[in-house]
Write a protein that binds this ligand. Structure first.
Ligand SMILES: Cc1cc2nc3c(=O)[nH]c(=O)nc-3n(C[C@H](O)[C@H](O)[C@H](O)COP(=O)(O)OP(=O)(O)OC[C@H]3O[C@@H](n4cnc5c(N)ncnc54)[C@H](O)[C@@H]3O)c2cc1C
Ligand code: SF4
Ligand code: SF4
Ligand code: SF4
Length: 441
């Protein structure tokens, strides 16, 4: 039995796990390595090592995110811009000039092209990125990429929960500066770390954020593998968006064979139905979908033409938010690492409507509702982007219902069995057709 520590002085996971994003910030900031990552990606405390400094509590973005404070830390001054996209200096649509980086990316490989541009020109000593663990490929982890091959191995979205910021502890004693790629909640934690511990401010050269609609619970990969009768020990890799754009969910087996885990691609397929079944509750109450406090934010470009077809295949959307971010994007274009078109003045490059509704309207409505019912919810100092209408209330209730059904393991597995089978194909065809006609002129 270790010594007793008051949970009130620790990061939120030690008093309420539902509020923990599993960003790993408390692991990364603890000066005495008293916190580590547990098997379910939640932090675990070794109370005998704890010196009760409260740094983990102060850097934790789980229970509260002050958009005003983050605005001040990130932009130096001014008020939070309450629109979904937040503050933007320049917008681009583009792709990696390096063909391998483009092919390995989730979108246009832009996050990695920017990181590679900084690395190969010696602007940074390494890049803090995420990968599936080599020894447990059903789990994600942060790591320091130092080479081109390292960056290739980190590419692609890891839609499972990744305690990414745990890796930050490693850079305390490393020389040089680092580029950082991460999700909005991870960046909230990182920004607080940089404020609390000057060493991190010195070491982080640029923050590249990813748009985020929500992560998937840690049992997602074991569950989907089990539906295909694959033991997790049989795999050496897992790709959420492997192969040609927009990618397919695939297991890479130890004998190097690839197994497609469902019958359609990432965007049009079963993935969309899995999402709420497997979202952690903290993602359902998260309101930052566009990495508001990154220097550069990157998302998919799902723009369609009047026939309902995608305009940009294997491209990413790039929002430069700070002067530092703008310079990094412009340099990467000049140095021929990035091919990008400036669309700052083109209103067609607004964020996807469904994504905006999920984060800017549904999540705040859910927070209000849960709070009225006495459930602990994260605190935000932000207003609703617009007044909600009937469809917004309906969408919020439907998503919550699917989330609740997902908590019943038998139901979740039944739904998963259906979604990965050929019986789900009519549902997927219907979805594809509905989407297409929606955009037809
Ligand atoms: C959980 C999650 C949800 C997302 N939701 C949306 C969405 O709703 N709408 C949208 O437009 N875009 C979303 N994205 C972003 C999108 O999937 C692409 O990651 C993004 O467009 C960058 O693609 P790319 O080809 O430019 O980057 P790539 O070259 O593929 O590089 C991706 C970079 O992101 C890092 N990374 C991947 N997963 C994680 C992770 N879990 N934690 C930390 N770093 C990670 C990789 O290490 C790599 O450095 C999401 C990403 C994730 C991980
Ligand atoms: S810092 Fe992140 S991982 Fe740690 S308790 Fe807070 S939200 Fe959870
Ligand atoms: S030593 Fe400080 S940062 Fe580490 S667990 Fe204890 S209170 Fe948290
Ligand atoms: S939805 Fe929010 S809390 Fe969940 S992974 Fe994305 S940024 Fe983090």
């Amino acid at each position: 039995m270790g010594k007793t520590i008051d949970p009130a002085i620790l990061s939120i996971a030690f008093s309420n796990r539902d509020l923990c994003t599993r960003c790993g910030t408390c692991v990364g900031i603890c000066p005495v390595e008293a916190i580590s990552v547990g098997p379910d990606e939640f932090p675990v405390l070794d109370s005998d090592k704890c010196i009760e400094c409260e740094l983990c509590r102060r850097a934790c973005p789980g229970g509260e995110v002050s958009f005003q404070q983050q605005t001040r830390i990130c932009f130096g001054s001014g008020q939070d811009n309450s629109s979904f996209d937040g503050r933007v200096v320049e917008t681009y649509v583009g792709y990696a000039a390096d063909q391998r980086i483009r092919e390995m990316g989730s979108g246009g490989g832009v996050a990695s092209a920017l990181a590679w541009d900084l690395l190969r020109h010696g602007d940074v000593a390494g890049c803090l990125v995420a990968r599936m663990k080599p020894d447990e490929p059903w789990r994600g982890e942060g790591f320091v990429a130092r080479t081109y091959e390292d960056l290739l191995s980190s590419q692609g979205s890891k839609y499972t929960v990744v305690p990414h910021n745990a890796v930050l502890g490693q850079i305390r004693n490393m020389t040089g500066r680092f580029a950082y790629v991460g999700l909005p909640c991870q960046i909230h934690g990182l920004r607080l770390m940089m404020e609390l511990e000057p060493v991190f401010k010195e070491k982080i050269a640029v923050i590249i954020g990813l748009f985020c609609g929500g992560a998937l619970e840690v049992d997602f990969i074991p569950d989907i593998l089990s539906r295909k009768k694959i033991a997790k020990e049989e795999i050496k890799g897992f790709q959420f968006r492997g192969g040609s754009w927009p990618g397919k969910m695939r297991a890479v087996k130890r004998d190097d064979s690839m197994v497609d885990l469902h019958l359609s691609d990432y965007k049009e397929g079963a993935y969309n139905y899995f999402a709420h079944l497997y979202n952690p509750i903290r993602c359902m109450t998260c309101i930052d979908g566009s990495a508001h406090f990154a220097d550069i934010a990157i998302g998919d470009v799902w723009t369609r033409d009047s026939r309902g077809d995608y305009v940009y295949r294997a491209h990413s959307r790039i929002l430069a938010r700070t002067e530092r971010g703008k310079e990094a994007v412009r340099r990467a274009i000049t140095r021929k690492s990035l091919c990008a078109e400036d669309v700052t003045k083109n209103p067609h490059y607004q964020t996807h409507r469904a994504h905006t509704r999920r984060k800017s309207i549904s999540a705040p409505l859910r927070i209000q509702r849960l709070s009225r019912a006495g459930v602990a919810v994260p605190k935000y100092d932000r207003k609703l982007e617009r007044a909600p209408v009937f469809q917004d209330f309906l969408a919020e209730r439907m998503a919550t219902l699917v989330y609740r059904l997902g908590r019943i393991k038998t139901l979740r597995l039944l739904a998963m069995s259906f979604l990965v089978s050929r019986w789900s194909l009519p549902l997927i065809w219907l979805r594809v057709w509905r989407k297409k006609i929606k955009y037809r002129g």
